[in-house]
Ligand binder design. Structure first.
Ligand code: FE
Ligand code: FE
Length: 189
């Protein structure tokens, strides 16, 4: 099944997916997650990312996914949810694997260990090269929640800087960690 899934991925996305699988296995081992499920979710997480905006919206309709305002303005944002639908429909993935895939783009409140592993693996895998990825990798070795908050902070800063809509689930994910007292640096007043 893994081979069949990988055959659907091309170019950078193929390399990124393999990197994400390696990172997911590493994080699952480090944080006591289910290694098999972490790898399975990683292999499938971007399976629909190549689709156009129209195809993304059509697939959402097919699977009963109702886009929010942020998803309508940026339909590519739906690729987590559409990939989760494909994971279930075409590969019979278990619910927790589908849930992790569904929230890998936005995060959400109350993320499970598997959700966190996939989100973080996607962010830090070794083909990634952007400002802040080194910090994220360092934090990922030490504390999964602090690393996750770091990722959300960077994502929120970028969205605000580019004047993009922020998905409600991303704000909920950030608020959830902050409310739990998670910090990755000394917060200023
Ligand atoms: Fe993705
Ligand atoms: Fe990805």
């Amino acid at each position: 099944m893994r081979k069949g899934i990988l055959a659907r991925l091309h170019g950078y996305r193929y390399e990124h997916t393999l990197g994400c699988e390696r990172a997911a296995i590493y994080l699952a081992e480090l944080y006591g997650g289910d290694v098999e499920k972490a790898a399975f979710s990683a292999i499938l997480h971007d399976i629909t990312k190549h689709l156009s905006k129209e195809e993304q919206l059509n697939l959402s309709k097919k699977y009963g996914i109702i886009p929010c305002n942020a998803e309508f303005s940026e339909p590519k944002m739906l690729h987590g949810k559409t990939a989760a639908a494909i994971a279930k429909d075409e590969y019979g993935a278990p619910q927790d694997v589908c849930d992790a895939i569904a929230c890998h783009t936005t995060g959400k409140a109350g993320m499970t260990v598997l959700d966190k592993i996939l989100y973080l693996a996607d962010y830090i895998e070794d083909t990634r090269d952007f400002p802040g990825v080194k910090n994220a990798r360092e934090l990922a070795k030490e504390d999964i929640d602090r690393a996750l908050l770091y990722c959300f902070d960077q994502t929120l800063i970028e969205l605000v800087t580019r004047a993009k809509l922020i998905h409600g689930d991303t704000i909920a994910a950030y608020n959830d960690l902050i409310a739990q007292g998670v910090r990755w640096r000394d917060a200023q007043d």
